[in-house]
Design a protein around this ligand. Sequence first.
Ligand code: FES
Length: 286
Amino acid sequence: MIVQMIDRLIGRIGKSKALDAVGKPVASEVQKLTEPTVVRNALSGSWLGHPLHPVLTDVPIGAFTMATALDVSMGDEGAAAAKRLVGLGLLASAPAAWSGASDWSTLHGAIQRVGLVHGALNGAATGLQVMSWFARGRGHRGTGTMLSLGAVGLTVGAAYLGGHLSFVRGVGVSHEAFQTRKSGWTDVAGADELIEGRPKRVMVGETPVVIVRKGGHDHALSATCSHAGGPLDEGNVEGDCIECPWHGSRFRLADGEVERGPASIAQPAWHVRTEGDRIQVRPAPR
Ligand code: FES
């Protein structure tokens, strides 16, 4: 019963196009602010090989939860430690919020709207924690405790929506994770079908693979972008990388490593060889 009510509520948020009046311009501004490659890579987690946002959120959520646990279980005795934990949570909230905003800014439609409400709830929770920290500083421990309790309630709601985005809607999940990679060499194309610098899509079983001839060498990567499933074979070759046409992630042709986010997970690479007049591929070890 409760689950159905929550599902209906999330469904309504997803359909609420009025949210786009706020979401779209904010997403566009976030995209502009995170445009430099060094910023985009730092926030998306390209350097970590894993989305950064879920890692960073553990710190503020843990600190705020422990502050509330001390408030409830230790009273005045735990007041100083609880205030320090609220302060730590606030400091850790900024990078967590920026990494989340960067990820969110590439979303569209219903998932962008749900993400907007997720961010708004976290923003409201942070506001209450700021008020709590000041109240605690002035010696109003009871007020601080109540404000933190309210904030933790909002954080639980925001966390539910974040979990929904990841585990129900697949945001942040590698979009090639469930594709099989048939072992052994597979004949996929004629050698004369490859044109220097032009990506070619081939199929290995049900898995799309993009082959690129660059500087006389042939490279192959899985063609479904790990970020959100974009078709890499429709992207451009930029230097030694291929750029996804959907959100501009760049993957090194040689090994699939991420050169530019928002993707954070490397693209699986394939070995390529020419046998007579045929091109063959087989999965490279991850
Ligand atoms: S789908 Fe987003 S960068 Fe490829």
